[in-house]
Design a protein around this ligand. Sequence first.
Ligand code: UD1
Ligand code: MG
Length: 492
Amino acid sequence: MNQDNSPKPVPAPKAVPVSVVVMAAGKGTRMKSERPKVLHRIAGRAMLSHVLGTVEQLTAANDLQKVVVITGHGAEVVEAHLASPNGPANLPLEFARQMPQLGTGHAVQQAVPYLPDDGVVVILNGDVPLIQADTVQALIQASAGQHLALLTVQLADPTGYGRIVRQGAAAQGAVLAIVEHKDATPEQRAIQEIYTGIMAAPAKWLKKAVSQLQNSNSQGEFYLTDIVAMAVAEGLPVVGQITTDEVQVAGVNSPVQLAELERAFQQRQAAAFMEAGVRLADPARFDVRGQLQCGSDVEVDVNCIFDGQVRLGNRVRIGANCFIANVQIADDAVIHPFTHIDGEKPGVVVGEGALIGPFARLRPGAVLGAEVHIGNFVEVKNSTLAQGAKANHLAYLGDATVGERVNYGAGSITANYDGANKHRTVIEADVHVGSNSVLVAPITLGAGGTVGAGSVVSKDTPAGALTVTRARQTSLVNWTRPAKATPVKTKK
Ligand code: UD1
Ligand code: MG
């Protein structure tokens, strides 16, 4: 973050009250989507939620008074999204509807009734999702309730943006005005410093200024940016704060820009994980759509997606092409390629040194102890497996309690559902379940017992016993396989 030579802001007294306006009424025509633009997702989370997440971080250092979200297009959907559990928990949130949308200045006019007179108002955009709290904090500091502080950036191609007009040399002189692209002269269009759409203004002054806006411009809109020239005319100091981080101030108008920002965000996350010692086979093929915590010496192969809340212990290894969501994986566990874990309510737990996959599926409530092995094409749901239990091939464990060292044979399943209710299967320690068995729940297999392969077990089995339910094998030694009748050949 650089600062220009305009009047030096005094450091904000810590108590300067802060309010925030988030503009989210625009249509987002270029998204070509029924979903309101600000609800399109970056890293699995609505852009507007990213912005409000940043606002939540501001509460640590500021007395946050109001957060006003301007809604318009898709207002009901946007408001409902923020009211649901996705919404910010601890913000003094208000919605102000803007119907119709007559420009950014008109948008802020809708927020005026909700805004207190004291302190600073920060303007953010719902479609500029990656703005960071420290950048906004610096802008609040620059305003300090006494200056108009604008966040600006130099762009190689400034087409379409509002240009920062300064006195004298670019990025040196005092800010005089923002001129919108469509209203700019050829000389002004050559200016590469643009307004990012983010500003901090003295609350009382802003409220008065937006009430005086005119729409006499090429678009017939009320431009919020016209308040800059007003400030200059009134002698209110204007600070142009230049950021060099284009990603933080990039807006999303199209699916292409959404995808670009998704990649930029993921690469930043990847860089931060590598910085912390996580070894990524390829940071360009690594996606985190939630919260990932890693211990030391974690290794992640290519094309893995982490979703929801995921915790990886020390020395955990994740193979290629895994989807890993809402799970705690303990130290030294290995997740082999193509494993699908989704512990969305209740979560999944993988114990120390467990081996999972390849091609395993762990569903909600799978709780695996230390050194459990879950092999290829094995599905586990709402089941606990104690230390050393193994289900290595082609099996289903649902609503089961599996004891230590149980060996669950290939092709075996718990028949846990009778068409109306789910029932539990209890497999006590050291049981061997032979291949291709069906355990009809509710049922308990006593400790140390064995189930012969191919059994359909529907009654509890005693400890230590061999249980076989299939027909006894017999062989007919003098049996002859039927043969086709040989066609009789007739002589010509
Ligand atoms: C605006 C700025 C421009 C800046 C650019 C940065 C103005 C007049 N111009 O231009 O200087 O370089 O952002 O991206 O402010 N919105 C509403 N209600 C409206 C109009 C817009 O809520 O009536 C919202 C939009 O949803 C969006 C934001 O305000 O989140 C910016 O609107 P947009 O139409 O993108 O403004 P630009 O013309 O791009
Ligand atoms: Mg725009």
